[in-house]
Design a protein around this ligand. Structure first.
Ligand SMILES: Cc1ncc(COP(=O)(O)O)c(C=O)c1O
Length: 425
């Protein structure tokens, strides 16, 4: 049996209807901005492998961090034990976040980082003896696939079978520039009930909803409202963290900061599975007691895996020591130029950019549906031309690793424009 046959026999892929799925693209190598398939064909990884990769594949500094850490210590229990790389990472991450975000809890991915943030909010009020058990989230949000994360995410097609098991959540509309005061009014009314424990939000960019973008001014006002009403604020920076929005974190555009932040994806340069939930000292203090039941009784086997922590530290080294910020600034400029080209194309609408993310919609007359036909057509077209881009419905977006060079970016731009011309033939 070849790989495809064995895959078909034994592998259950994410977000895949195997009854109708075609053969999977078989990638055997990854280097820099490129992926290579079994036949030797190269693809530009224009969505950074599910939005995780920061500095390109196979970066030598990351490789060195992995091999040195493996040779020193592979993995150990993290309950009752600590180790240098976890402490270094916690120290370095808290030094680039607002000072009150000071306590780092380790887990394995974006969903668990969110799940832990939700549990911290719930238990914060439990420990204080305050009955607040509602959350506010935003329509269209995606926070992961574990139960808490699904509960606060957009309800619908993706999680219908599980809906009876979710906890109660209220949703505000997505701010579109015109409805912001109405939404803030709704949030104010809801918060004034005194029932709300937390607000969870993807700051500035909703990723899975189709890279939908909104203003820092709106987010500042919403955060302020939550705080005025004693509601804790979680920023889910799983996608927006580590330079994606043009700054290290989306919250760096905001005056008002969250009480908790969830990080993953770019945290390890997109190489290892690691999640962090960083809480304020105020939240942490509410867990201190002589009563063990007031502690956060939560943990995972691979909590603070030393190799993952070493890679996350190496990721930060690259941000500090290489020309990463120059590259990010260049991508922001290229995106702006590309946006100008796109604005001239008839079948394109709602062009938006936040830092290294550029997104637009292909007019279909059917709205922005995940199951839009454009997605399938575009995905195949791009693959044939050597670009790996996974549109979200009729939303095509580019968020490449920061090591992408101008000629590679221009190739992505050329192929996207060619696809759009093919639609108009
Ligand atoms: C904003 C956001 N939160 C959470 C998650 C879940 O992360 P993971 O897939 O690592 O569980 C994602 C994944 O795309 C995300 O975009």
């Amino acid at each position: 049996m070849n790989i495809q046959q064995k895959d078909k026999s034994h592998v259950w892929h994410p977000f895949t209807q195997h009854h109708t799925a075609k053969e999977h693209l078989e990638i055997v190598k990854a280097y820099g901005v490129y992926l290579e398939d079994a036949s030797g064909k190269k693809y530009i990884d224009a969505n950074s492998s599910w939005w995780v990769n920061t500095h390109g594949h196979g970066h030598p500094h990351i490789a060195k961090a992995i091999s040195e850490q493996f040779a020193t210590m592979d993995h150990i229990v993290f309950a009752g034990v600590t180790h240098p790389k976890a402490v270094e990472l916690a120290d370095r991450i808290t030094s680039i976040l607002p000072p009150h975000l000071d306590k780092v809890f380790f887990s394995d991915n974006g969903s668990t980082a969110v799940e832990i943030a939700l549990k911290m909010v719930m238990q914060y009020f439990y420990n204080k003896g305050e009955k607040r058990n509602r959350f506010l989230a935003m329509n269209g949000s995606y926070h992961g696939d574990t139960f808490g994360a699904m509960s606060v995410g957009q309800r619908g097609y993706f999680n219908k079978p599980f809906e009876p098991f979710f906890f109660d959540v209220d949703y505000i509309d997505f701010p579109n520039g015109e409805n912001e005061q109405v939404i803030l009014g709704q949030a104010k009314k809801l918060f004034s009930s005194g029932e709300f424990a937390g607000l969870i939000i993807e700051p500035l960019v909703q990723g899975a909803a189709g890279m939908r973008m909104y203003s820092a001014e709106f987010l500042d006002q919403l955060t302020a409202l939550a705080h005025e009403n004693g509601v804790l604020v979680i920023f889910d920076e799983v996608m927006t963290g580590f330079g994606r929005t043009g700054k290290m974190f989306a919250m760096d555009y905001c005056q008002n900061k969250p009480d908790l932040v969830a990080l993953s994806k770019g945290l390890t340069a997109g190489v290892m599975a690691l999640g962090l939930t960083i809480a304020s000292n105020k939240i942490y203090d509410a867990f201190l007691s002589d009563d063990i039941g007031k502690a956060l009784l939560h943990g995972h086997s691979f909590t603070a895996n030393p190799i993952a922590c070493a890679v996350a530290c190496a990721n930060l080294d690259i941000f500090e020591k290489e020309n990463t910020w120059e590259s990010i600034a260049a991508i922001c400029e290229w995106n702006a130029e590309f946006a100008n080209d796109l604005a001239k194309i008839e079948c394109v609408e709602n062009i938006r950019q936040q830092g290294t993310i550029l997104a637009f919609e292909v007019k279909t007359g059917e709205g922005n549906s995940y199951f839009s036909d454009v997605k399938t057509k575009a995905y195949q077209f791009f693959l044939e031309k050597g670009i790996l881009l996974r549109p979200l419905g009729n939303v095509i977006f580019v968020n490449a690793p920061y090591c992408i060079e101008k000629k590679e970016y221009d190739e992505v731009r050329r192929v996207v424009l060619e696809f759009l011309s093919s639609l108009m033939e």
